[in-house]
Design a binder for this molecule. Structure first.
Ligand code: SF4
Length: 687
């Protein structure tokens, strides 16, 4: 390992799942200038507002520079010996399921790999989950149900080559801006390209769309069931593709027919325009994101979209297919490396005995759990009820980002032993830690990430590690050695970790899985962005269920689980703004980014505001069964009358206080475990 700063490096943006390449040139005084990498296939030189201001976020001001036990700085040996001893003694006294790791889609793949090996292969529990559970777990479940594996079939160029792009539950303009820029440029070049935006709320993305279709929250399954019926009625089913490659067609169509009796809260003209465009255009890509995933019927929403593409054979071909965009820079890498509680590395399943035994043999593990661990919301419930007695949280801030966030904070304060690996001691979660471990961040870390179209890129360091900060994989490997597993965690560099992971993926061939990078033997340090698998999957079938066919699922639409009542008459939508990221630990350091939207706010319809006596820019109090937030009124007809929107980023002790996840109910999708972050019910009143 080197701590030496280097000259210009090619690395990858710290933020969203577009995964843009960045050329970073350190100035030798702790600063850096950045520009888009023209040779990176994700962005071809572009950067968005957040990416272009990365240089304003790298100062070491306020960084956690040494390990802390309680309020006292200490050395690594003391801190990690305590962590190892407490996890070991907790497992001995209460069993392996009494401990847990909660990690992040911003960890690098090498970090993720060591975390999974440590807890699943050595501590003996699958209690590891990631904030990606809040982001795209419903897509993972939908992909696995339809394809037999979690595979994104296409790639970014499909979005440029499509004649129709349907953006469902996605504010791409703000959340995946460079991808939006690519689509916008493609639309300028292709006069035939049309765009439909399906979203209850009119967003910046809607401005590019030929049609913005404002649907009721949660009605996506009903919409795509309606489309499936239309596909059948217009004779557009690709009978050969379905006969050769798809199971479940008849049941899915029968269920769709039964579901279209549900009234769609969409104007007839918009619905017919949507159906006409989808049905009359062969090259269709349906892009979906958190508006689909963050729902108690999220997995069904994903499958309702995939059903339509399977029925028409519009999948795996140029400019066609269902396409999930992930929120975080390495959510995809986390999926590949088994970062969720119900997965193993390399798209293998923990509940499959053959898969489990193969990984156990490869790792030479003393133990391996036979069942999935606790998913994010259940994990913190288990902390609250004392079932989990020791938890290690890395690179994420669940006291702000998880549903029922006040309950999460109290659970951590009451927990026997909380370890937090962080760049800053000031996050809401870090304040709950018994042991705080200083971790490296963007510009200091070294490893790989995978973006939304399966392209693996390097993140490279160009700044020295501040104080005593260490890389996450290195900290975890050290704890593994201290717990007695010296050989298993004998890594000196991230390349050592990557080589082991790549070798493990060779198992894919034996089990006929899709993820195999065992032949990636090129120079790790010089590694150029590279897509795993083929350019596209499934044009000619080749699915990963036992009979090699895909599955269409029979689906029935369900309303969001939180009931509208007279006390809680408004549905609360949550999401991102253009210039902030997650809980703002990085983006709030940039004056430029903070200029865009300086305070937490609630979008509220003018008629609703008038009826409630709420004036523009006045403070508004939102109340749910779980908490309150006080935010500034942004009166706009972009939201529907019975819905309000609040961004996810802000926290704070005094008004305005926008810690909106304190209001969100912890209802989850029964298949994916993903929380319904966009449809809780609240009261709204002037403050
Ligand atoms: Fe970074 Fe995403 Fe912006 Fe690209 S689009 S520069 S990955 S935030």
């Amino acid at each position: 390992m080197t701590n030496d700063p280097v000259k210009t490096v090619r690395t990858t943006c710290a933020y969203c799942g577009v995964g843009c390449g960045v050329i970073a040139t350190p100035d030798g005084n702790g600063g850096v200038t950045v520009k888009g990498d023209p040779h990176h296939p994700a962005n071809l030189g572009r950067l968005c507002s957040k990416g272009s201001q990365l240089g304003q976020t790298v100062s070491t001001d306020g960084r956690l520079l040494a390990p802390r036990i309680g309020d006292q700085d200490t050395d690594w040996d003391t801190a990690l010996s305590l962590v190892a001893e407490r996890f070991k003694s907790t497992i001995e006294q209460h069993g392996p399921d009494s401990v847990a790791l909660y990690v992040s889609g911003q960890l690098l793949t090498e970090d993720y790999y060591v975390a999974n090996k440590l807890i699943k292969g050595y501590m003996g529990t699958a209690n590891i989950d990631t904030n990606s559970r809040l982001c795209m777990a419903s897509t993972v479940a939908g992909h696995k149900r339809a394809f037999g594996t979690d595979t994104v079939p296409g790639n970014y160029t499909d979005l440029e080559q499509a004649d129709l792009i349907v953006l469902v539950g996605s504010n791409l303009a703000w959340c995946h801006p460079v991808l939006y820029q690519r689509i916008s440029a493609a639309k300028d070049a292709n006069q035939n390209m049309r765009i439909i935006n399906v979203d209850p709320r009119r967003t910046a993305t809607s401005d590019l769309a030929d049609l913005h279709m404002s649907i009721a929250p949660g009605s996506d399954v009903a919409l795509f069931n309606r489309l499936l019926v239309e596909i059948v009625d217009r004779g557009l089913v690709d009978a050969d593709y379905v006969a050769q490659h798809v199971n479940g067609f008849d049941d899915a169509v029968a269920a769709a027919h039964a579901d279209v009796t549900e009234t769609l809260d969409i104007c007839d003209a918009d619905l017919m325009a949507f159906l006409d465009m989808w049905c009359s255009t062969e090259k269709v890509v349906t892009v979906f994101s958190q508006g689909v995933n963050q729902s108690t019927s999220g997995a069904d929403k994903v499958n309702s979209i995939i059903n339509c593409h399977l029925a028409t054979g519009r999948i795996g071909r140029t400019g066609m297919g269902p396409f999930s965009v992930t929120g975080q820079p390495n959510a995809m890498g986390g999926r590949e490396v088994g970062g969720l509680a119900n997965m193993l590395a390399c798209h293998l399943d923990i509940e499959n005995a053959e898969h489990r035994n193969a990984v156990r043999t490869f790792w030479d593990s003393p133990t391996m759990p036979t069942q999935a661990g606790k998913k994010a919301v259940d994990m913190f419930d288990a902390v609250a009820d004392g079932t989990i007695k020791a938890i290690w949280i890395m690179c994420t801030n669940p006291v702000v980002s998880l549903p029922e966030a006040d309950k999460v904070r109290q659970a951590l304060l009451d927990c026997d032993f909380v370890v937090v690996s962080e760049m800053f001691a000031t996050t809401d979660t870090a304040k709950c830690a018994d042991v705080l471990l200083p971790a490296t961040g963007w510009g200091e870390k070294d490893g790989t990430v995978t973006n939304s179209d399966r392209t693996v890129s390097r993140q490279r360091p160009f700044l020295p590690k501040p104080g005593m900060a260490r890389n996450d994989w290195d900290i975890m490997a050290d704890v593994g050695r201290r717990m007695g597993w010296k050989d298993a965690f004998d890594y000196a560099t991230p390349e050592d970790v990557f080589r082991e992971y790549a070798a493990l993926s060779g198992i894919a061939t034996k089990f006929e899985r899709d993820f195999d990078i065992s032949d990636w033997t090129d120079d790790y340090n010089a590694m150029f962005p590279r897509r795993w698998g083929t350019e596209r999957f499934f044009e000619n079938g080749g699915f990963y269920h036992a009979d090699k066919k895909a599955k269409m699922l029979p689906l029935k639409s369900r309303a969001p689980k939180s009931a509208i009542t007279t006390d809680r008459p408004f549905r609360l939508n949550t999401g991102r703004v253009r210039d902030h990221w997650h809980t703002m630990t990085r983006t709030a350091r940039s004056p430029r980014l903070s200029q865009h939207l300086a305070e937490p706010f609630v979008e509220i319809h003018p008629d609703t505001a008038s009826r409630l006596g709420i004036k523009p820019a006045h403070l508004v109090k939102l109340t749910s069964d779980h908490g309150t937030a006080i935010v500034r009124a942004l009166v706009t007809d972009r939201v529907r009358r019975r819905e309000v929107f609040v961004p996810i980023h802000w926290t704070g002790e005094t008004a305005p206080t926008g810690r909106v996840d304190a209001l969100v109910t912890g209802y989850v999708d029964p298949v994916s475990g993903q929380p319904e972050s966009k449809a809780s019910t609240v009261a709204v009143a002037p403050f």
